[in-house]
Write a protein that binds this ligand. Sequence first.
Ligand code: ZN
Length: 195
Amino acid sequence: MKRNVQERADEILKMDIDENYEKIEQAYRELLESSEPESFQILLVLLSSGDVIHTQKAADVLALKRDPKYLPEIRRIREKLPERKGLRDYRWTVDRAIEILENVRRGSKCRCALYKFQSGFSERFNPSVEQSEGFVSIVREVVHRDKYFTEYFCRCNMCARRWRVIDEIGYHYPLYAWEEITDRREYDAYFENSD
Ligand SMILES: [Zn+2]
């Protein structure tokens, strides 16, 4: 069994990203959908590869699989990941996965505690990705062309908390600031008829 884990991880690592993009996507989709313990073992091997693409893909899939059992091992792997040149440290994706799994371990069904935890702009949570993964619904989008940013009004699909997210795209990679809307009037103005 151990051997199969290593073999499958090696197979995925050997795929060239330009030639086999679809195959790589498919491999990670299968790992996400599988409930076999091997799927976690394969992802941990991919995570520890230190390959900028595969480490991040494995981290994202481990976060989506929502099993906090593997947190100690993910933390150990994170500590040993080498630094790589790049505009953005690829290891941040692993930190994000650790944060998400910690939140699951605390029993949270949604990610509101994590959105709240972001102070100011961060690359951690893209509202469109949060929506595509089923965590929030973007109720309204307001594009401010003159000021080069977009406001996203989001509702948590689990606990119904409301959020205003502002993006900052003038940077090398997009950043997002999450702010909870607790003012009743503001809340009504943006979210009326949205249920
Ligand atoms: Zn929530």
